[in-house]
Design a binder for this molecule. Structure first.
Ligand code: ADP
Ligand code: MG
Length: 271
C-alpha cells in the first residue's frame, strides 16, 4: 500500500516557462497573387510542419509553382506579379523583412523540374555551395564536397571523375548533384518543383528515397501533379485547384476520406 505524507504531496504548479513545441517552420497568412486581372493565388493560409514532407498537389496551372516562388521570393523577379499577405519563414516575415533576399533564399534549397548544374566541374558545383557559406579552407571544402555527394548517394558514382563536367552525368545524377550543391548551403527547407518529372523511373525512385531520408534533417515541400508520388511520399498534403487550397491535412486521412468532390475526381482520374 502506498502511504503518502500530505507534506510531500505538494502540488506541482504547471511550469509556465515551458514553451509549446514549435513544429511549424512556415506560416502563410492570406497570401494573394495577381497578374493583371488574373487572381492566381487566392487567399492562401497554410502552415508547413518541420521535418515532414508536405506535398503541394494539383492539376497543371493551379498555382503550385507560384506558391513555391513566393516562398523564396523569386516572385520579386517577375514585376507583373502582385503579391500580398504574410509569409513567415521561422521568425522572418519575408514579404516585409529588412533582411536581404540572399539570406532568406539560403534557407531554402530549390530543386527544379530540370537540373541546372553550373558549367563548372562536378567538384566545383558542390564546392560553390560550400563557399557561399564562407568556407575557404581547402581541406574543409574537400571534406564537405565528399560529405554532400555521399548525402545524395552520388559519391561512389563520381569519385573518379570529380573534375569532369556535369554534362557527363545522367539527368538523374545531375539532379542529385544539384541537390548536393543546394544542401551545401545548409538550407532549412528543400523546395522541390516536380523534381522527378524529367527522370526515368529508377532515378525518380532514388530521389524519392533520398527525400524520405533527408526529412530527418530538413523540411521538404514537394510539388507534384502525380497522385501516386504524393501517396508514396507525403506526410501532409495540400490539394490546390485554380489558385485555391481546396483541402489540406495528413496524407492518410486526406486520401482515405477526401472531403471534396474535386479531390475525389482527381483521385479517380489517377493523375
Ligand atoms: N508571370 C506570370 N505571368 C502571367 N501568368 C502567370 C505567371 N506566372 C504564373 N502565371 C499563371 O498562373 C497560373 C498558375 O501557374 P503555376 O503556378 O505555374 O501553376 P502550376 O505550377 O500549378 O502548374 C497559370 O494560369 C499561369 O499561367
Ligand atoms: Mg509548376
Amino acid at each position: 500500500m502506498y502511504l503518502q505524507n500530505s507534506e510531500t504531496m505538494t502540488k506541482q504548479a504547471p511550469d509556465i516557462t515551458l514553451k509549446p513545441k514549435v513544429t511549424s517552420i512556415v506560416k502563410i497568412n492570406n497570401l494573394n497573387v495577381h497578374v493583371g486581372q488574373h487572381h492566381i493565388l487566392k487567399n492562401i493560409n497554410l502552415e508547413i510542419t518541420k521535418n515532414k514532407i508536405t506535398v503541394l498537389l494539383g492539376p497543371s496551372g493551379c498555382g503550385k509553382t507560384t506558391l513555391l516562388k513566393c516562398l523564396n521570393k523569386l516572385t520579386d523577379l517577375y514585376t507583373e506579379l502582385r503579391v500580398s499577405g504574410k509569409i513567415f519563414i521561422e521568425e522572418d516575415d519575408i514579404l516585409n523583412t529588412q533582411k536581404n533576399v540572399p539570406v532568406i533564399r539560403q534557407k531554402m534549397g530549390l530543386l527544379s523540374q530540370l537540373p541546372y548544374p553550373l558549367p563548372i566541374s562536378i567538384y566545383k558545383n558542390v564546392a560553390y555551395g560550400i563557399k557561399l557559406k564562407g568556407v575557404r579552407d581547402k581541406k574543409l571544402i574537400e571534406y564537405n564536397v565528399e560529405k554532400y555527394l555521399r548525402e545524395v548517394g552520388l559519391w561512389n558514382e563520381v569519385k573518379d571523375r570529380l573534375h569532369n563536367s556535369p554534362t557527363s552525368l545522367s539527368i538523374g545524377q545531375q539532379q542529385r548533384l544539384c541537390l548536393a550543391r543546394g544542401l551545401a548551403v545548409k538550407p532549412r527547407i528543400i523546395l522541390a518543383d516536380e523534381p522527378t518529372s524529367s527522370l526515368d523511373p529508377i532515378s525518380s525512385k532514388i530521389i524519392e528515397n533520398l527525400f524520405r531520408k533527408l526529412k530527418k534533417n530538413y523540411t521538404i515541400i514537394l510539388v507534384t501533379h502525380v497522385l501516386r508520388q504524393a501517396v508514396r511520399l507525403a506526410d501532409n498534403v495540400v490539394f490546390m485547384y485554380y489558385g485555391e487550397i481546396i483541402e489540406q491535412g495528413h496524407s492518410k486521412d486526406l486520401f482515405k476520406n477526401p472531403k471534396t468532390e474535386k479531390l475525389r475526381e482527381y483521385m479517380l482520374e489517377g493523375n
